[in-house]
Design a protein around this ligand. Structure first.
Ligand SMILES: [Mn+2]
Length: 336
């Protein structure tokens, strides 16, 4: 059995972390994970690189310790992340424990909410507002990606990290940091990336496929979405719109809209970039902001949430009404 406490001490020395309560949380979580044997690891709906990379790395890590483990997700795994699951066939076992990774709230379980809400043993996450209910929760806002937390856990649990695990954790970190360029990146993010690179992973190739490569559908959608760009709040707020018509025209899948949400925020002078995406029952809002605007605060006004620089919410109102409310909320936050 791993000497978790000693491992954490060594790890924190290596990372230059000196924080007792933080160390205790890591120790407690690692010890609990070591007790679990037949584990289901939950990713959030509309899975991204962090939730999948983290779940896959943890799953492989637990299996390497002789445990049974599966990754579970409500939605289809986007094609660009499917490489993570290669050789990770579903195991047959009677599930005894549930771990959630990168899931900030029960509704993010999607259609699995009913089955799993209230049954989660360990919740591992890095979102500011985490409303999951679990006997053991480790929420670390300092981590740019849950992938960082998984690396600390596996290291602490004496898992012999291999290349597929390293690829999964690198995927988690590089996607949640936009290739190490968002403000969530810390020295530790880079320190962990250095460790992961030691497993001979193809970082450049992964970064290209995960972040730069686009499909024709994505590009078509992007060009059309761009033509909807409009400015508000003295040009400090920019909005692009994606309608279901556009989605149909390019036969775009939900993940094809990924490249659009960063565009409005990238305009010089824009503090708050908004993407309004039409969904069945209204508008899904995604906000990217700079240090002047707390995106989570804006989205919080409408029952949403997320991170300070990236957050989301939903409107069931008409397009114009939703936009008006959003702009008013952004204006208020900008003028605060
Ligand atoms: Mn994440």
């Amino acid at each position: 059995m791993a000497n978790v406490r000693k491992n954490v001490k060594n790890l924190f020395k290596q990372l230059g972390v000196d924080d007792k309560s933080y160390a205790n949380q890591l120790v407690k979580t690692a010890q609990r994970l070591l007790e679990l044997n037949q584990v289901e690891i939950l990713s959030h709906r509309a899975p991204d690189g962090d939730t999948l990379g983290s779940a896959v790395a943890l799953c492989r890590g637990l299996r390497s310790l002789g445990k049974k483990a599966n990754v579970v997700c409500a939605d289809m795994i986007p094609q660009k992340y499917q490489f993570l699951l290669e050789g990770l066939d579903e195991q047959q076992f009677q599930p005894a424990n549930v771990v959630s990774v990168d899931i900030a709230a029960p509704h993010l379980l999607g259609k699995l909410e009913e089955k799993y809400a209230g049954k989660i043993d360990v919740a591992i996450d890095h979102h500011m507002k985490n409303s999951m209910e679990a006997p053991l929760k480790w929420v670390d806002e300092e981590s740019a990606a849950v992938g960082e937390m998984i690396w600390m856990l596996l290291t602490t649990m004496d898992v012999k990290i291999d290349k597929p695990m390293a690829e999964a954790m690198f995927t988690a970190i590089t996607t949640d940091t936009g290739c190490f360029k968002y403000s969530n990146v810390t020295a530790r993010t880079h320190q962990i990336a250095v460790e992961l690179m030691k497993y001979g992973i193809d970082c450049a190739g992964m970064n290209f496929r995960l972040l730069d490569e686009v499909t024709k559908a994505q590009l078509g959608l992007k060009s059309e979405a761009l033509s909807t760009l409009e400015y508000h709040c003295d040009d400090k707020c920019a909005i692009v719109t994606i309608t279901t018509d556009m989605m149909e025209k390019y036969q775009a899948s939900p993940e094809d809209t990924d490249g659009v949400s960063n565009i409005p925020r990238s305009v010089q002078g824009v503090q708050c970039g908004i993407t309004m995406k039409q969904v069945e029952d209204g508008w899904k809002i995604s906000i990217r902001s700079d240090e002047h605007v707390n995106a989570a605060e804006v989205c919080g006004k409408f029952g949403g949430g997320g991170h300070a620089r990236a957050a989301g919410c939903k409107f069931t109102e008409s397009y114009e009404e939703a936009k008006q409310k959003l702009v008013a909320a952004v204006e208020e936050v900008i003028n605060k």
